[in-house]
Design a protein around this ligand. Structure first.
Ligand code: ATP
Ligand code: MG
Length: 185
Protein backbone atom coordinates (compact mmCIF):
# COMPACT_ATOMS: atom_id res chain seq x y z
CA UNK A 1 0.00 0.00 0.00
CA UNK A 2 1.08 3.56 -0.65
CA UNK A 3 2.22 5.43 2.46
CA UNK A 4 -0.31 8.04 3.63
CA UNK A 5 2.06 10.94 3.05
CA UNK A 6 3.18 9.80 -0.43
CA UNK A 7 1.24 12.67 -1.99
CA UNK A 8 3.16 15.17 0.16
CA UNK A 9 6.70 13.94 -0.26
CA UNK A 10 8.33 14.92 -3.52
CA UNK A 11 11.35 13.73 -5.46
CA UNK A 12 13.53 15.76 -7.84
CA UNK A 13 13.57 13.72 -11.05
CA UNK A 14 14.68 13.82 -14.66
CA UNK A 15 14.91 11.53 -17.69
CA UNK A 16 18.40 11.05 -19.11
CA UNK A 17 20.75 9.06 -21.25
CA UNK A 18 23.22 7.24 -19.03
CA UNK A 19 26.64 6.21 -20.42
CA UNK A 20 27.93 2.66 -20.52
CA UNK A 21 31.21 1.88 -18.75
CA UNK A 22 33.45 2.75 -21.72
CA UNK A 23 31.74 6.05 -22.38
CA UNK A 24 31.84 6.89 -18.67
CA UNK A 25 35.62 6.36 -18.66
CA UNK A 26 36.06 8.45 -21.80
CA UNK A 27 33.98 11.29 -20.37
CA UNK A 28 35.89 11.15 -17.10
CA UNK A 29 39.18 11.47 -19.01
CA UNK A 30 37.79 14.41 -20.94
CA UNK A 31 36.67 16.14 -17.75
CA UNK A 32 40.18 15.64 -16.38
CA UNK A 33 41.69 17.35 -19.42
CA UNK A 34 39.21 20.19 -19.21
CA UNK A 35 39.83 20.54 -15.49
CA UNK A 36 43.55 21.04 -16.12
CA UNK A 37 42.66 23.96 -18.41
CA UNK A 38 39.65 25.47 -16.69
CA UNK A 39 39.64 24.41 -13.02
CA UNK A 40 36.34 24.07 -11.22
CA UNK A 41 34.62 20.98 -9.83
CA UNK A 42 34.56 17.86 -11.98
CA UNK A 43 31.38 15.87 -12.50
CA UNK A 44 31.88 12.52 -10.78
CA UNK A 45 32.36 9.70 -13.29
CA UNK A 46 29.23 7.91 -12.08
CA UNK A 47 27.15 11.06 -12.49
CA UNK A 48 27.83 11.70 -16.22
CA UNK A 49 24.63 11.95 -18.27
CA UNK A 50 22.68 13.75 -20.98
CA UNK A 51 19.39 15.13 -19.66
CA UNK A 52 16.38 14.40 -21.88
CA UNK A 53 13.65 16.05 -19.81
CA UNK A 54 13.88 17.72 -16.41
CA UNK A 55 10.74 17.44 -14.28
CA UNK A 56 11.91 18.90 -10.99
CA UNK A 57 9.89 18.11 -7.87
CA UNK A 58 7.25 15.43 -8.43
CA UNK A 59 5.05 13.92 -5.69
CA UNK A 60 6.38 10.44 -4.90
CA UNK A 61 2.90 9.08 -5.50
CA UNK A 62 3.28 10.09 -9.16
CA UNK A 63 6.61 8.35 -9.81
CA UNK A 64 4.75 5.23 -10.95
CA UNK A 65 2.97 7.42 -13.51
CA UNK A 66 6.34 8.51 -14.85
CA UNK A 67 7.36 4.88 -15.22
CA UNK A 68 4.19 4.28 -17.22
CA UNK A 69 5.02 7.21 -19.48
CA UNK A 70 8.54 5.91 -20.05
CA UNK A 71 7.25 2.49 -21.02
CA UNK A 72 5.18 4.10 -23.81
CA UNK A 73 8.22 5.54 -25.60
CA UNK A 74 8.59 3.98 -29.07
CA UNK A 75 11.45 6.00 -30.55
CA UNK A 76 14.68 4.32 -31.53
CA UNK A 77 18.14 4.67 -30.07
CA UNK A 78 20.78 6.70 -31.88
CA UNK A 79 24.47 7.41 -32.03
CA UNK A 80 25.54 10.77 -30.70
CA UNK A 81 28.92 12.13 -31.80
CA UNK A 82 30.27 14.30 -29.00
CA UNK A 83 32.65 16.66 -30.76
CA UNK A 84 32.10 20.09 -29.30
CA UNK A 85 33.54 21.53 -26.08
CA UNK A 86 32.00 24.66 -24.64
CA UNK A 87 31.45 26.83 -21.59
CA UNK A 88 28.56 28.92 -20.31
CA UNK A 89 29.84 32.04 -18.55
CA UNK A 90 26.77 32.63 -16.39
CA UNK A 91 26.44 29.15 -14.95
CA UNK A 92 30.22 28.56 -15.33
CA UNK A 93 29.51 25.07 -16.64
CA UNK A 94 31.91 23.42 -19.09
CA UNK A 95 30.29 20.80 -21.32
CA UNK A 96 30.69 18.49 -24.27
CA UNK A 97 27.96 18.24 -26.89
CA UNK A 98 27.22 17.09 -30.42
CA UNK A 99 27.86 19.76 -33.09
CA UNK A 100 24.26 19.29 -34.19
CA UNK A 101 21.49 17.47 -32.34
CA UNK A 102 20.83 14.15 -34.13
CA UNK A 103 17.30 14.08 -35.52
CA UNK A 104 16.60 10.79 -33.77
CA UNK A 105 17.48 12.42 -30.43
CA UNK A 106 15.15 15.39 -31.06
CA UNK A 107 12.47 12.86 -32.01
CA UNK A 108 12.95 10.99 -28.77
CA UNK A 109 12.79 14.16 -26.67
CA UNK A 110 9.66 15.34 -28.47
CA UNK A 111 7.96 11.99 -28.01
CA UNK A 112 8.81 11.99 -24.32
CA UNK A 113 7.55 15.57 -23.93
CA UNK A 114 4.28 14.75 -25.70
CA UNK A 115 3.72 11.68 -23.53
CA UNK A 116 4.52 13.67 -20.37
CA UNK A 117 2.08 16.40 -21.38
CA UNK A 118 -0.68 13.89 -22.08
CA UNK A 119 -0.11 12.37 -18.65
CA UNK A 120 -0.28 15.82 -17.03
CA UNK A 121 3.39 16.20 -16.07
CA UNK A 122 5.19 19.52 -16.25
CA UNK A 123 8.78 19.71 -17.42
CA UNK A 124 11.30 22.38 -18.26
CA UNK A 125 10.47 23.79 -21.69
CA UNK A 126 13.64 25.69 -22.50
CA UNK A 127 15.03 24.94 -25.97
CA UNK A 128 16.60 21.50 -25.81
CA UNK A 129 20.39 21.44 -25.96
CA UNK A 130 21.85 17.97 -25.34
CA UNK A 131 25.14 18.10 -23.41
CA UNK A 132 27.20 16.40 -20.75
CA UNK A 133 28.25 18.71 -17.92
CA UNK A 134 31.97 18.11 -17.29
CA UNK A 135 32.85 20.92 -14.85
CA UNK A 136 31.04 23.35 -12.60
CA UNK A 137 32.45 26.64 -11.26
CA UNK A 138 34.89 26.52 -14.17
CA UNK A 139 36.60 29.31 -16.06
CA UNK A 140 36.81 28.17 -19.66
CA UNK A 141 36.80 31.31 -21.76
CA UNK A 142 38.65 29.50 -24.54
CA UNK A 143 37.69 25.85 -24.59
CA UNK A 144 39.86 23.70 -26.89
CA UNK A 145 38.65 23.94 -30.48
CA UNK A 146 39.53 20.33 -31.23
CA UNK A 147 38.78 17.06 -29.49
CA UNK A 148 38.76 13.41 -30.48
CA UNK A 149 35.10 12.66 -31.15
CA UNK A 150 33.35 10.35 -28.67
CA UNK A 151 30.56 8.26 -30.12
CA UNK A 152 27.79 7.61 -27.60
CA UNK A 153 25.54 4.71 -28.63
CA UNK A 154 22.26 5.55 -26.89
CA UNK A 155 20.30 2.31 -26.64
CA UNK A 156 18.30 2.95 -23.49
CA UNK A 157 17.25 5.80 -21.22
CA UNK A 158 16.74 6.17 -17.49
CA UNK A 159 14.66 7.95 -14.88
CA UNK A 160 16.86 9.53 -12.23
CA UNK A 161 16.15 10.84 -8.77
CA UNK A 162 18.46 13.71 -7.83
CA UNK A 163 19.23 14.38 -4.19
CA UNK A 164 21.00 17.69 -3.72
CA UNK A 165 23.62 17.57 -0.97
CA UNK A 166 26.30 19.99 0.17
CA UNK A 167 28.83 17.80 -1.69
CA UNK A 168 26.89 18.07 -4.93
CA UNK A 169 23.96 16.09 -6.31
CA UNK A 170 23.65 12.34 -5.79
CA UNK A 171 21.85 10.59 -8.63
CA UNK A 172 19.82 7.45 -8.15
CA UNK A 173 18.71 5.61 -11.32
CA UNK A 174 15.17 4.41 -10.53
CA UNK A 175 14.15 3.02 -13.92
CA UNK A 176 15.63 2.00 -17.27
CA UNK A 177 13.93 1.40 -20.64
CA UNK A 178 15.29 0.08 -23.92
CA UNK A 179 15.02 2.22 -27.04
CA UNK A 180 13.56 0.22 -29.92
CA UNK A 181 15.52 -0.56 -33.06
CA UNK A 182 12.88 1.10 -35.27
CA UNK A 183 12.13 4.77 -35.52
CA UNK A 184 9.40 7.20 -34.45
CA UNK A 185 9.52 9.95 -37.02
P1 ATP B 1 23.37 21.16 -8.97
O1 ATP B 1 22.00 21.74 -9.20
O2 ATP B 1 23.66 20.90 -7.53
O3 ATP B 1 24.45 21.91 -9.66
P2 ATP B 1 22.73 19.24 -11.02
O4 ATP B 1 22.33 20.41 -11.84
O5 ATP B 1 23.60 18.21 -11.61
O6 ATP B 1 23.36 19.71 -9.65
P3 ATP B 1 19.96 18.85 -10.77
O7 ATP B 1 19.77 20.32 -10.56
O8 ATP B 1 19.14 17.90 -9.98
O9 ATP B 1 21.46 18.46 -10.52
O10 ATP B 1 19.74 18.59 -12.32
C1 ATP B 1 19.76 17.29 -12.86
C2 ATP B 1 19.95 17.40 -14.35
O11 ATP B 1 18.88 18.16 -14.93
C3 ATP B 1 21.22 18.16 -14.76
O12 ATP B 1 21.69 17.60 -15.98
C4 ATP B 1 20.77 19.55 -15.00
O13 ATP B 1 21.57 20.23 -15.95
C5 ATP B 1 19.38 19.33 -15.54
N1 ATP B 1 18.51 20.43 -15.17
C6 ATP B 1 18.38 20.99 -13.96
N2 ATP B 1 17.47 21.96 -13.95
C7 ATP B 1 17.01 22.04 -15.21
C8 ATP B 1 16.05 22.85 -15.87
N3 ATP B 1 15.35 23.78 -15.23
N4 ATP B 1 15.86 22.61 -17.18
C9 ATP B 1 16.52 21.68 -17.85
N5 ATP B 1 17.43 20.87 -17.29
C10 ATP B 1 17.68 21.06 -16.00
MG1 MG C 1 21.02 21.97 -11.14
Amino acid sequence: MMPADAHLKTARVFFALWPDADMRIALDRLSGKMHALCGGRRTRANAMHITLAFLGEVPEARLAGLQTVAAQVRCSGCDIALTHLGWWPRSRIAWVAPAVTPQALSGLVHELQALLETAGFHFDERAYFPHVTLLRHADCRQPPAEMAALSWAARDFVLVKSVLTEHGPVYDVIGRWQLAAGSCT
